[in-house]
Design a protein around this ligand. Structure first.
Ligand SMILES: Nc1ncnc2c1ncn2[C@@H]1O[C@H](COP(=O)(O)OP(=O)(O)O)[C@@H](O)[C@H]1O
Ligand SMILES: [Mg+2]
Length: 403
């Protein structure tokens, strides 16, 4: 996958003599020691990460951990003290003023916690603002603004003033304004944090929906585990200016790097974040593909099951799409009734789970059958299987973490 953002050895020191603070950092002094000695603040310390094209990358951490500083380093609203930021292959630090302004306007729309809407302008004009600044003509920018207002469910409010809208709606205008310029990278700093929990969940769902229709690269700052896990493809956890862990929600859940990360899970039932995809085991069952010689497929698969431990085998098409599963029984029955292909032996009542199926629904699936339940992605491709034993094991492991 193409890398949209590359960050290497990135540092930010706030204060009059950043070079002195950098020296102290290299001598191994901590952020606290440096502050005590010099009054300078280490905002970001040696950040390294990449963000892939089409990914939602979340920066999560407590207040003051450096999230806003780091996201602002990406578009140079904050000047780096040291290190490199590449966006779409361009070195942001080396850019002249003009290129930078163009980059911010076109390629890196930013959405903040405060909506920063212009109070005397209509919702439509606010939405079209970025395009206006970029010199897009009225008819064209209004057409575009209406289209994105439609996407965020506010088309009917185009003629209203911001003050006539609720906080949640105003934030949707803020989002629409960013979307209007069709940025290749969206930077969102606590964009939903000012909203009440219900509105916040609504905005998260909207963002995910928009992401389904049109995949964008998004860097999203949040101090909230729930939000990070809901929307993040990957999450970087920050503490005291450092990134202490980067991973998918599942990787972080399975393997929190330290007590700081674990503390985020306190009082949160992390099981609610697990989906079928996280639990699917790709190598638990053997996978077979029908060949032109269907009879020998049947015989071979039957022999395979006889000699292996598994009761089932998975049948997929050449491209990886799941066709179903077979058992020793179903194979024998098929052969006895003269079937000439694996397709004749597929279990007809076998359950299948979608990759994003939540744990609750998955349990309901799995307890209905003694067999392993195959898990597929949105295109129907086989991802792995979930078995009762595996599911119980996993639930028990997470329970042990809680105490
Ligand atoms: N302009 C600034 N001048 C001095 N210190 C700053 C400035 N901006 C942020 N900081 C400090 O940098 C650290 C990280 O802040 P910030 O990036 O805003 O954290 P977060 O967004 O995670 O709450 C904090 O200690 C903060 O006080
Ligand atoms: Mg912040």
């Amino acid at each position: 996958m193409a890398e949209k953002v590359v960050v290497r050895n990135l540092y930010k020191v706030f204060g009059p003599q950043p070079a002195q603070a950098m020296d102290l950092l290299h001598q191994g002094q901590s952020k606290e020691q440096i502050f005590e000695k010099t009054g300078m603040v280490v905002g970001v310390k040696d950040a390294n990460f990449t963000v892939d094209e089409g990914e939602i990358f979340v920066l999560m951490g407590l207040s003051g951990s450096g999230k806003s500083t780091l996201i602002r380093l990406l578009n140079r609203l904050v000047e780096p003290t040291h290190g490199q930021v590449l966006v779409g292959g361009h070195d942001v630090a080396a850019m002249g003023r003009k290129a930078l302004v163009a980059l911010r306007r076109k390629d890196m729309a930013m959405v903040f916690q405060s909506f920063a809407l212009l109070p005397h302008r209509t919702v439509l004009d606010n939405t079209a603002f970025g395009l206006e600044v970029a010199g897009v003509g009225r008819a064209q920018r209004e057409r575009r603004a209406l289209a994105v207002l439609d996407q965020v469910g506010l088309k009917a409010f185009a003629g209203k003033k911001p003050a006539e809208l609720s906080g949640g709606m105003q934030q949707r205008v803020g989002l629409a304004r960013a979307l209007a310029v069709d940025p290749s990278l969206m930077l969102m700093d606590e964009a939903f944090s000012a909203l009440d929990p219900l509105k916040r969940t609504e905005m998260q769902a909207l963002l995910l929906q928009l992401q389904k229709d049109h995949r964008r690269t998004i860097v999203f700052v949040s101090h909230d585990l729930d939000e990070a896990f809901r929307i993040g493809n990957r999450i970087a956890i920050m503490e005291g200016g450092r990134i202490v862990q980067i991973g998918t929600p599942d990787e972080i859940l399975r393997n929190p790097s330290d007590a700081y990360v674990r503390a985020f899970f306190k009082g949160v039932d992390v099981r609610k974040y697990l989906v079928a995809r996280d639990l699917a085991s790709a190598d638990a069952l053997s996978v077979v593909q029908p060949t032109l010689d269907g009879r020998s497929d049947l015989v071979r698969t039957s022999a395979q099951l006889q000699h292996g431990e598994a009761l089932q085998a998975v049948v997929v098409e050449a491209g990886g799409r799941l066709l179903g599963t077979v058992t020793q029984d179903s194979l024998h029955r098929a052969m006895a009734s003269g079937a000439t292909s694996l397709l004749g032996a597929l279990l007809t009542d076998g359950a299948v789970a979608a990759g994003d199926l939540g744990l609750h629904a998955l349990v309901a699936h799995v307890v209905k059958t003694p067999l392993a339940v195959p898990v597929v992605d949105a295109a129907g491709n086989y991802l792995g299987v979930v078995t009762q034993a595996q599911l119980l094991q996993r639930l028990a492991a997470n329970q042990a973490d809680d105490v």
